[in-house]
Design a protein around this ligand. Sequence first.
Ligand code: UDP
Length: 322
Amino acid sequence: MQTNNTTQKRVLITGAAGFLGSHLSDRFIKEGYHVIGMDNLVTGSMKNIEHLFPKKEFEFYFHDVTKFVHVPGKLDYILHFASPASPIDYLKIPIQTLKVGSLGTHNLLGLAKEKKARFLIASTSEIYGDPTVHPQNEEYWGNVNPIGPRGVYDEAKRFQEAITMAYHTYHGLETRIVRIFNTYGPRMRLNDGRALPAFFSQAIEGKDITVFGDGSQTRSFCYVDDLVEGIYRLLLSDYVNPVNIGNPDEITIKEFAEEIIKLTGTDQKIIYTPLPTDDPKQRQPDITKAKELLDWEPRVSRKDGLKITYDYFKQILAKVAG
Ligand code: UDP
């Protein structure tokens, strides 16, 4: 625990009101850091961080990082987690998605250079596109459609990795790149169109469970606490190249829907609707690097993680209904 104010580390977390940003804010406060959360609330929600407002270790800036970013005082770390992160967001706000990954990252790299702060970016398994290599390791370059509906996210994130690496090699900035695979847990946005919130809300509200395509596409879901632990370890490590963080426990989307039907006890049925364009067929992280470099691997089983997440969605939907 760092409690002394002169030595207390200061970390800027962009996207702090989002799903991952809010959990990271919690973690850094728990570790004794001073956290400066930044968000423009395009996809984030104040509800995710309202519990942090009474804490003196937390301050919040309402700001769009695609505009010049100013933060007074020292900064030890910058974690750039601001970005839409769901396929329906890319369709609704494609330009903002591109800008936050490109212009936003450039502004924050400038800030990191000025403050001599270590910079960590939230990259993604989406940089692998619809992968032709399985499982995906960090050496795989990907199979991305730049002009498809996901291109705005995938290419922004690829640019983000490129410019971050350039700041490292050209300016000697300390940088870290985490490639995040599908992650779930409390504070996921209810209507973000992703499989897990969709299935839970449909099951709880008594609607048909919408599986896209024939449901044979796979994903590997990581519980949020495991992800945060991996990111925390990566930040404090001295490894500069990208590291996959995710849970290798792969499942088809049809089986995933069936697990949620069983857990919720709903009598709703699966209905099959068209598969969105460029929806990756198979996704599973190779986490050898994270194991070797960070001594990290996921600890929370899908069974346990889903139970906690189900309780969260029940509560949220009861509030919405009540
Ligand atoms: N999906 C689905 N029904 C839904 C929402 C998503 O079958 O109501 C599918 C989607 O097509 C994809 C998988 O579930 O194959 C995971 O989707 P999500 O949006 O959660 O993550 P991503 O595709 O970005 O990995």
